[in-house]
Design a protein around this ligand. Structure first.
Ligand SMILES: [Zn+2]
Length: 85
């Protein structure tokens, strides 16, 4: 299971959200350093996108396990453009 690393543009702090955390209680979308919060709808979109990336990586593992000699194990990580801020 992957995780999310979030950078806050207000205080430049970062935090990470793991599988063990409650992603829906409001704390996950709130910067623990300055308490700025990601818009609720945008956060829901982020969780959907994350879930879909998790599914893709699970599918890559399944593809590899089906043809271990012919199909290498791939993993896709997403990183935001650091030029945004
Ligand atoms: Zn912050």
């Amino acid at each position: 299971m992957g995780y999310l690393k979030i950078k806050c543009g207000r205080c430049r702090g970062t935090w990470e959200i793991y599988n063990r955390d409650d992603w829906h209680n409001g704390n996950a979308q709130t910067c623990p350093h300055c308490f700025s919060s990601i818009d609720k709808k945008t956060w829901q979109d982020a969780l959907i996108a994350f879930s879909e990336m998790e599914d893709v990586n699970r599918q890559l593992i399944a593809d590899h396990n089906g043809y271990p000699d012919a199909y290498p194990l791939f993993r896709i990580d997403y990183r935001a453009d650091k030029g945004l801020y």
